[in-house]
Design a binder for this molecule. Structure first.
Ligand SMILES: *Cc1c(COP(=O)(O)O)cnc(C)c1O
Length: 244
């Protein structure tokens, strides 16, 4: 298992580098996030030991379960799943440094209230539903700018960028449209010169579409399957049934 993970990681890092070269980008501009849902702490540690620094979980329960095992190894943890407001406390307790999946004002406000009471701040990204699929979370693209403006007013939340899950399709040009849409929202938001707002990050691209995402400006690609293998649950388990 260990060798397989290291081998897969090597391939992914090469794919990232190749995609960067193809689009005249510096590979240092693109960070790999290990999407670690269902992956054991033991296997996550193998990837971290090889030099990876960033993981992302979809469920608070999994963060809890792996916390003790992972706390001795230096890494950063982002939350990339659907976040229910009653789980906010735990997100803060387990040292999540960024919530990439802020997709509604209610969530942002409750997160802010909690942070105020704990005298803390956190990084967030706004998740946009660029594929217009019912099955996916994320703010509607037409409402993204308004949400960004509202969240930017909450002083404990530092918006670092935008996140999306591209359309699942073998038609690359349709997938590309999702990433271009996210990029256009970033440019629009930055052009508005909203106080304290500079969206730098575009978190987009996964095992199947990271090349397209990098060509369209991704700064973080989130990869699970291509490194750790197939998961037991289909993605719908994580994406449209909410927190379990
Ligand atoms: C699972 C997941 C990924 C990684 O998907 P793979 O296809 O396994 O690479 C990326 N982003 C989110 C939000 C996920 O839930």
């Amino acid at each position: 298992m260990s060798e397989q993970i290291l081998h897969n990681l090597k391939i992914i890092l090469q794919r990232i580098e190749d995609a960067c070269l193809k689009s005249n980008r510096n590979p240092n501009e693109v960070r790999l996030l290990l999407a670690t849902k269902t992956v054991s702490a033991e296997n996550i540690k193998i990837a971290i030991a090889s030099g990876q620094t960033l993981i992302g979980e979809n469920k608070v329960q999994e963060i809890k379960e792996k916390y003790e095992d992972l706390k001795s190894v230096l890494h950063e943890n982002h939350f990339i799943g659907h976040l229910q407001t009653n789980k906010i406390k735990d997100i803060l307790k387990y040292n999540v440094s960024c919530v990439q999946s802020v997709d509604r004002l209610d969530l942002a406000e409750k997160l802010h209230q909690r942070l105020v009471s704990e005298n803390k701040t956190i990084e967030v990204m706004i998740q946009v539903n660029t594929s217009n699929e019912e099955s996916k979370f994320g703010v509607h693209p037409d409402e993204a700018i308004e949400l960004i403006q509202q969240v930017a007013q909450l002083k404990t939340l530092k918006i670092t960028g935008l996140m999306t899950i591209g359309l699942f399709s073998a038609e690359t040009e349709k997938v590309r449209k999702c990433f271009q849409l996210l990029k256009s929202i970033q440019e629009k938001a930055n052009s508005l010169k909203i106080p304290n707002l500079n969206l730098k990050e575009l978190s987009m691209g996964m095992s199947g579409d990271l090349e397209t995402a990098i060509e369209e400006g991704a700064t973080i690609v989130r990869v699970g399957t291509a490194i750790f293998g197939q998961r037991i649950h289909p993605d719908s388990y994580y994406w449209n049934e909410g927190e379990k």
